[in-house]
Design a protein around this ligand. Structure first.
Ligand SMILES: Nc1ncnc2c1ncn2[C@@H]1O[C@H](COP(=O)(O)OP(=O)(O)OP(=O)(O)O)[C@@H](O)[C@H]1O
Length: 673
């Protein structure tokens, strides 16, 4: 079988109803077994003879647009309702690029753009160089004639994704290196740029598999940077980083699947820090692999730790800070240290597993904010020992304590190991968790793969990878193409962050265009609520389903108050923490519960000065450095909230706006005054 499915086909398929998708799938199957099957009425599109497009009949309403290759193979290019499908065929073309050799599908450039006249070009590069970058020859002149940014965006939106990326980089003043050239046909199928757009189907089995699952583009087409992070054999721990929506979870899923196939006899673990995220990973893997193979475990770290712990006698219950706080304060009376500092130092010692005096004394407290003399350290350690003794006597253990205990067992060879561990959302893991993961992985190539975004760290303080014994230099891949959201939404979300986060310059490229986000100030909470309800109703009128809309607040109590108001307005609501994918209703909840999710429309309700950052929390910071760390976490929380939106973003505040919003561009900040 000589067939390929194009990215544009999957994209168009996803716009059809599931009933229509099924009909299209049946016809594709039929077509690829017998292109001349009479029921398909396959015919060359008359007026478009030179372009090589064909149409196949699905039913009275639906058509599949195909391209016949010179060597006799077929490319599935598009599917849609009759008029839409024919319009697509008329306005697109498929061509092997004369320089790069890559097969490209792109929108036919409009003739009227090629009028030669005196202009002040926005984009001025040698034609030869643009050709080297893979710009189709018909686009060169129009590109050199664009005068405004809007014209530029509009023009390049018809180009293949990789060419758009290069042109946008060029536009923002970056040096862009031309892609490698494709010379042979075999080379073409293997070329990362081709694989970004075309899925080659070798036999009926592959076709059956491709047709029997819901088709999602991320399952099939990876960006070359994603592909590298998925497929490379790393000689040690590796990590993939990137802003929200750049496909880190997609990489983690593919990487786990690839490693499970690469080491079929060895146990592989795909993990994240909470149950909710792991169940999403599980669902993603089922989509990707059909069945999760027996050597691949998907489990959140806490549940894994309990499972390993329960293999051994002497179970303990996990203690929360709320429960041990009074014990710590009682033991620490007379030390002259305030409660916030005692709690913070206890958590620090616990996180790093400094359970002996020698370990605590020798451990650098750099960056802790409150300096301690050796004597003060010793006094503190004696207090901590009392708390640990009490925990032990009452059958309790902190989670970090459990993690360190397991780590020691793993080091002594008493626990089973994984050949490779893949970790998603790794920025929120603390030292105890990362050290545990490290101890559970074999010392071998490909053993540890982390996916993370430092700007989404909302639970822990930044960590030094080197201090954890993880050397990742030369094995770090950065993603920058945002597949989730529009340029407008990504622009607003990134602007609440500083340009560099934990040493990494924030770089994001979104190829989608959409409406400007709205940032609105109100006199009080009631007015903000009323407008939010109006906006929600408007979205529902526009055809969005309630579950495609999510409203986020900084605190749970604000979400509860809003829930009542939405109920009264007869808008169905499901709280985020209760939300199964199947439940209906607008999603509502505190930002902490929205990690890893995305919605067509997102509203942040209460982006007020005293809520982002949460004033009451900042006041408790024991030192200026702790305050700084908390401030960053709060900023990250707002970033997480804003970056969940795929198409529409609405931000409402009353009183003073959060100062994190100050960096927004003038278009948005105009509404702040
Ligand atoms: N190669 C791809 N092709 C098409 N869609 C993709 C691709 N990679 C990612 N996506 C889509 O982009 C969106 C974001 O992907 P994903 O959740 O993996 O990003 P992320 O970097 O983990 O985001 P976050 O940091 O916000 O959790 C998803 O809808 C996903 O399906």
């Amino acid at each position: 079988m000589n067939a390929a499915i194009a990215d544009s086909f999957y994209k168009s398929l996803s716009k059809l109803t599931s009933e229509e998708q099924n009909r299209v799938r049946e016809s594709v199957f039929l077509f690829l077994q017998n292109p001349k099957h009479p029921s398909l009425k396959t015919h060359k599109l008359g007026k478009l003879k030179t372009k090589g497009f064909w149409s196949a009949y699905v039913n009275m309403d639906l058509r599949i647009i195909l391209y016949e290759q010179a060597e006799g193979g077929w490319i599935l290019a598009y599917t849609g309702h009759h008029d839409d499908a024919y319009r697509w065929a008329e306005t697109h073309q498929l061509e092997v690029h004369p320089r790069t050799g890559v097969l490209q599908i792109f929108r036919v450039v409009e003739e009227k753009r090629v009028v030669l006249r005196e202009v002040r070009p926005l984009f001025n590069y040698p034609e030869d160089y643009l050709l080297d970058l893979g710009v189709p020859p018909s686009y060169i002149k129009p590109l050199l004639l664009v005068e405004t940014e809007d014209q530029f965006s509009d023009l390049i939106s018809g180009l293949p994704q990789d060419v758009q990326e290069r042109l946008l980089d060029l536009y923002t003043g970056k040096t862009v290196v031309p892609p490698p050239k494709v010379s042979t046909l075999e080379d073409l199928a293997q070329h990362p740029l081709t694989r970004q757009h075309l899925q080659f189907i070798q036999n009926l089995d592959e076709l059956r598999r491709a047709l029997s699952y819901p088709w999602e583009r991320w399952m099939v087409f990876l960006h070359p940077a994603q592909q590298e992070a998925v497929e490379r054999t790393f000689q040690g721990p590796a990590r993939v980083t990137g802003p929200a929506g750049t496909g880190k979870t997609v990489v983690a899923l593919h990487r786990a699947a690839t490693l499970a196939r690469r080491y079929p006899e060895a146990p592989i673990l795909l993990t994240s820090f909470n149950r909710f995220l792991s169940s999403r990973l599980q669902a993603g893997l089922r989509l990707l692999m059909g069945e999760i193979p027996p050597n691949l475990t998907v489990e959140n770290l806490h549940s894994l730790a309990w499972r390993l712990h329960n293999h051994h006698p002497g179970q303990a219950r996990i203690i929360t800070e709320k429960r041990y706080k009074p014990w710590l304060l009682e033991a620490g009376q007379g030390l002259g240290q305030d409660a916030a500092f005692l709690l913070s130092e206890f958590a620090f010692v616990d996180a790093w597993g400094l359970y002996t005096w020698e370990a605590y004394r020798a451990f650098p407290r750099t960056g802790r904010g409150v300096p301690l003399t050796a004597r003060e350290r010793l006094k503190l350690f004696e207090v901590f020992q009392k708390v640990w003794a009490r925990m032990e006597a009452e059958g309790f253990l902190t989670f970090n304590g459990l993690a360190h205990r397991l780590r020691a067992k793993a080091a002594a060879g008493e626990l089973p190991r994984f050949r490779a561990v893949v970790v998603d959302e790794a920025q929120d893991l603390g030292p105890a968790e990362i050290l545990l993961i490290r101890s559970l992985a074999d010392e071998a190539p490909d053993n540890l793969s982390f996916a993370l975004d430092p700007a989404q760290r909302i639970y822990t303080a930044p960590l030094s990878w080197q201090a954890l014994g993880l050397e990742i230099r030369g094995r770090s891949i950065r993603l920058k193409v945002n597949y989730r959201t529009t340029r407008e939404v990504a622009g607003v979300a990134e602007k609440v962050l500083p340009p560099t986060v934990e040493g990494e310059v924030r770089e994001v490229l979104s190829l989608l265009k959409g409406p400007d986000p709205e940032v609105r100030g109100f006199a009080d909470q009631n007015a903000c609520t009323a407008e939010l309800i109006r906006w929600t109703r408007w979205l529902l009128d526009q055809g969005l389903r309630a579950e495609e809309i999510c409203v986020l607040t900084r605190m749970k109590n604000l979400a509860n108050a809003l829930r009542e108001a939405l109920k009264q307005a007869s808008i169905p609501v499901t709280l985020l923490q209760e939300a199964e994918d199947t439940r209906e209703g607008l999603r509502l909840g505190a930002v902490h519960g929205v990690k890893g999710l995305e919605f067509r429309a997102v509203a942040v309700f209460g982006a007020n000065r005293n809520l982002f950052p949460l004033e009451s929390q900042l006041r408790q910071a024991p030192s200026e450095l702790d305050r700084e760390a908390l401030l960053n976490q709060e900023r990250n929380l707002l970033y997480v909230a804003l970056s969940r939106a795929r198409e529409r973003l609405w931000v409402g505040y009353w009183g003073e706006p959060s100062f994190f919003l100050e960096q927004l561009n003038s278009r948005v900040s105009a509404t702040l005054r």
